[in-house]
Ligand binder design. Structure first.
Ligand code: CA
Length: 579
C-alpha cells in the first residue's frame, strides 16, 4: 500500500515536472522576445530571425570560440538544412534522412536519437533534407521524407503519435519545419515536381488529429473535421477551370513545401506556394491560382483571407514558396518576401495589398518590373520558353536564357530582419537555358515538360549577402560569395548578421556596413540558418553544417564549379571565452 502511494506520488511529481517544461501557446506567442529559448522555426513565428541579445556584438564577436560540436554520424550525410530548437536545457535538431537528435545544451552530449524508417520509393526532389521541428506541450514534431508527421516525447524520444499526411509514391514528401499557431499544428507538403496538390493543414498538435485542410490549387475542396474525424466542406477553393484549363487543376502542384509564418496581430498564417505543374506553361494558359503565390490563411477557420500571386502562369519554376516575414513600417504591419523570381515584395499583412516591389538581384529577364497599381508583372514575352507544339516536329520549344535560374534569386535559405530596419537576404545571381517539351501526368513521375542548364552570370561570384531597405528598395551593402549561398541568416541587437557559406564558414558581419568581423570553418558547407540564446549569463550561437541540398543535384554548370565541396553532418555551438 505504502509502495503504491509512493509510486502515485512519484507519478504526480513526474507529471508536475513535465507540465513545468510544457511548451504553451503563450510561450510560442512570445518566443521572438524570449532570449533564453528558441521555440520555433524562424526564431519567432513571424520569422524575423532577430535576437535582442547583445553580449556577442561588433566589439566582442572576434573572440567567439566553439563550445561543443556533435556529429549526426551515419554513413549517409547529404544536405543539412535544419534550424535547431532550444528548450528546457536541450537542443532539438533534425538531420538528413528524417533523423532527429536531442542534445544536452551544456555538454553537447547526445540524449536520444530518432531515425525514421524510410521506404525505398521516397521521392524528394531536392535532396534528403529536413529544415527543423516544432515544439508543443511535451512533444517535438517533424515531417518526414515519406510524408508523415511524427511527434516524439521531448524527454525520451519515444513516438507519441504518427500520422500519414499523404502518399509518398505519388511524389509527396515533407521537409519544412511545422508551424504552431494559436494551438494548431500547421503544415504544408512538398512534391511540386510530381504533380501533387499543395495544401495547408491544421492539426491538434497533441494528437495529430486533423482540424482543417485548405488546398492551394483552385478547384479543390477544403475541409474541416469534427472530433470524430468526419469531414465537411470548408468552401471550394475558387472555380474549377477558371484559371486552370481542362483537368490540369487535378495535378496542379503549388506545393507548400517551405511551410509558413504566423503573425499574432493579424491572426493569419502565410504560406508560400510552389510552381504550377507541369513547368511547361503553354499547357495551362491562365494565372493558375494559387501557384507561385503567398496565401494568407485565417488560422481559426482555414479560409484563405487573401492571396498575392508573384508569378502568374509561371514558366520558370519560380516557386513562390519563400517565407513571408511580417514587420512594422510607418505604423503599419507589412510582410517582406524575397521571391525566387528576383523581386522583393512588400505587402500589407492584413489585406494583401502590394506596397512595393523591386529587384534584389542584378539580372531579371522574364519581367521588366512589377506594376504597383495592378500588382502584376510586366512580362517580357520573348523571354518565356517557347511552345513545343510550335517547335521542330512538335518535340521541343525554343530555348531562352532566363535569369534568375529556377533555383532562384533566393531559395529555401531564410532571410532575417533587424532593428536596422533592413532585411538581410542571401541572394544568388545566376541564370539558365530553359526549354519546354511535351509531357503527360503519370503518378510518381517527374511532371515538368522542361529541360534546363543552370549557368553562372558573373565570373567572380554567384552568391551575394545583401542588406535591403524595404522602404526604398535600395541595396545598402552586399558581400559577394564564390559559391551560391544556401544557408539562412540571423540578426542580433549586438549589431551583427550571421550567415553560413557552402565553403564551410559561419560568418558574423557588421549589420550596418557588411564588414566581416568573424568567421569559423565548420568542416563542411553551411546550408542552414543559425540561432542564438542565453543560458547562465552566457550567449550562445549554433548552426548546423553539412553541404548538400538542391545545388549539387540541379545546379548544371554551377554544380560543376562547386563539386569539390565535401559533405558532412554536425551541429556547432559557439560562445565567448570566460574572461
Ligand atoms: Ca518547384
Amino acid at each position: 500500500m505504502q509502495k503504491k502511494l509512493l509510486a502515485a506520488l512519484l507519478g504526480l511529481a513526474a507529471l508536475a515536472q513535465v507540465h513545468a517544461a510544457d511548451v504553451t501557446t503563450a510561450m510560442l506567442a512570445n518566443t521572438a522576445k524570449d532570449t533564453k529559448e528558441v521555440l520555433s522555426f524562424g526564431m519567432g513565428t513571424e520569422g524575423q530571425r532577430y535576437s535582442s541579445l547583445t553580449q556577442i556584438n561588433t566589439r566582442t564577436v572576434a573572440k567567439l570560440v566553439p563550445a561543443w560540436s556533435m556529429s549526426f554520424g551515419g554513413e549517409k550525410q547529404r544536405g543539412q538544412e535544419s534550424q535547431p530548437l532550444i528548450h528546457d536545457g536541450k537542443m532539438f535538431v533534425t538531420a538528413s534522412y528524417s533523423r532527429m537528435f536531442a542534445v544536452d545544451l551544456k555538454t553537447g552530449a547526445k540524449l536520444w536519437k530518432y531515425e525514421h524508417r524510410l521506404p525505398d520509393g521516397i521521392m524528394p526532389c531536392c535532396d534528403v533534407v529536413n529544415r527543423g521541428a516544432a515544439l508543443y506541450g511535451n512533444l517535438v514534431i517533424f515531417g518526414t521524407l515519406d510524408a508523415q508527421l511524427v511527434a516524439l516525447d521531448q524527454k525520451t524520444g519515444a513516438v507519441v503519435w504518427k500520422e500519414k499526411v499523404d502518399d509518398y509514391a505519388a511524389g509527396y514528401s515533407m521537409t519544412a519545419a511545422p508551424l504552431i499557431a494559436r494551438g494548431l499544428l500547421l503544415t504544408g507538403v512538398s512534391g511540386g515536381e510530381f504533380g501533387i496538390v499543395g495544401r495547408v493543414e491544421a492539426r491538434d498538435p497533441m494528437t495529430g488529429q486533423l482540424v482543417w485542410s485548405r488546398p492551394t490549387v483552385e478547384g479543390h475542396m477544403g475541409h474541416k473535421f469534427d472530433k470524430d474525424g468526419k469531414a465537411s466542406d470548408n468552401g471550394i477553393s475558387g472555380t474549377a477551370n477558371k484559371t486552370w484549363p481542362g483537368d490540369l487543376w487535378k495535378t496542379g502542384g503549388a506545393s507548400t513545401w517551405m511551410g509558413g509564418t504566423f503573425d499574432e496581430s493579424t491572426g493569419l498564417a502565410y504560406f508560400g506556394t510552389g510552381n504550377p505543374a507541369p513547368w511547361n506553361s503553354h499547357l495551362r494558359p491562365g494565372d493558375n491560382l494559387y501557384s507561385s503565390s503567398t496565401v494568407a490563411i485565417d488560422v481559426a477557420t482555414g479560409q484563405i483571407k487573401w492571396a498575392y500571386q508573384n508569378t502568374p502562369n509561371d514558366s520558370w519554376d519560380f516557386d513562390g514558396a519563400n517565407e513571408f516575414v511580417t514587420f512594422d513600417m510607418d505604423g503599419k504591419r507589412y510582410g517582406g518576401k524575397a521571391d525566387r523570381n528576383g523581386f522583393f515584395y512588400v505587402i500589407d499583412a492584413k489585406d494583401g495589398k502590394l506596397q512595393n516591389a523591386f529587384p534584389f538581384v542584378k539580372k531579371i529577364t522574364w519581367a521588366t518590373g512589377i506594376d504597383l497599381k495592378t500588382g502584376r508583372p510586366n512580362f517580357v514575352a520573348a523571354n518565356r520558353p517557347g511552345d513545343p507544339t510550335k517547335g521542330e516536329e512538335g518535340k521541343k520549344g525554343s530555348t531562352v536564357f532566363s535569369a534568375p535560374a529556377f533555383l532562384g534569386a533566393k531559395n529555401q535559405m531564410p532571410m532575417a530582419y533587424s532593428l536596422t530596419k533592413l532585411f538581410y537576404v542571401p541572394a544568388n545571381d545566376w541564370g539558365m537555358d530553359i526549354w519546354n517539351e511535351p509531357v503527360t501526368y503519370k503518378k510518381g513521375g517527374a511532371f515538368l515538360g522542361a529541360g534546363f542548364t543552370i549557368r553562372p552570370i558573373f565570373d567572380d561570384y554567384i552568391g551575394a549577402m545583401r542588406a535591403i531597405d524595404p522602404k526604398t528598395g535600395k541595396i545598402v551593402w552586399e558581400i559577394k560569395n564564390t559559391a551560391p549561398l544556401w544557408g539562412g541568416v540571423m540578426s542580433t541587437a549586438g549589431g551583427l548578421v550571421f550567415y553560413g557559406t557552402p565553403e564551410g564558414f559561419l560568418k558574423a558581419v557588421d549589420a550596418r556596413t557588411g564588414k566581416e568581423l568573424w568567421k569559423f570553418q565548420t568542416g563542411s558547407g553551411v546550408v542552414a540558418p543559425p540561432v542564438t540564446w542565453q543560458d547562465g549569463g552566457e550567449q550562445y550561437v549554433a548552426v548546423v553544417s553539412g553541404w548538400g541540398g538542391a545545388v549539387p543535384l540541379w545546379g548544371g554548370e554551377v554544380a560543376k564549379k562547386v563539386n569539390m565541396l565535401e559533405q558532412g553532418g554536425s551541429v556547432w555551438v559557439f560562445k565567448l571565452p570566460k574572461s
